[in-house]
Each structure stands twice: as C-alpha cells, then as structure tokens.
Design a protein. Structure first.
Length: 89
C-alpha cells in the first residue's frame, strides 16, 4: 500500500480509469460477438450493420484512449476481412 498521498491519489485515479476502460473494452467485445454471430448465420446485410456499430465503438474507445489507433485499425481490418471473405464465398 502506498504511504505517500500523491501515490494514493494516483492509485485511486488508476482504479477509476481501469474500470472505465474495462467497460469500453467489454462493449467492443460484445459488439464483435454479435457481428460474428450474424456472420455465422449467413446474414451479410445484418453483419454489415453490426460491423458499423463495432467500428463506431472502437473509434470512440480510441478517442477515449482505451485503444491505440493502430490496434483499433487492426481490429477493424480483421473484421472487414472476415466480412469480405464471407461475401466473396
């Protein structure tokens, strides 16, 4: 446990941020799951709508500092790749 007041405050701030970041990450993971479920059900139109929702959530998370921009772009790219493979097949 921290003995210095500034270190205690830093710990409190870090905990708040950790919980906030956890919430954003959970929302993104849930949206990705819905997208993948729609993709497995051979509903490419619905999957495309879900992918837009995922993209929006990921971009918001980047804006809040939860994800790095490159990591977010990588996530979106992988999901678009799956959608395009499904459309092509």
């Amino acid at each position: 446990m921290a003995n210095i007041l500034s270190a205690e405050k830093r710990n409190r701030q870090n905990e708040k941020r950790r919980l906030r970041n956890k919430s954003y990450k959970t929302q993104v993971k849930t949206a990705q799951k819905f997208f993948l479920d729609a993709l497995e059900a051979d509903s490419t139109e619905q999957a495309a709508k879900k992918l837009q929702e995922v993209e929006s959530l990921v971009d918001k998370a980047v804006k809040k500092g939860v994800f790095h921009k490159n990591a977010a772009d990588r996530k979106k790219s992988r999901l678009y790749k799956k959608l395009n493979q499904k459309k092509g097949a």
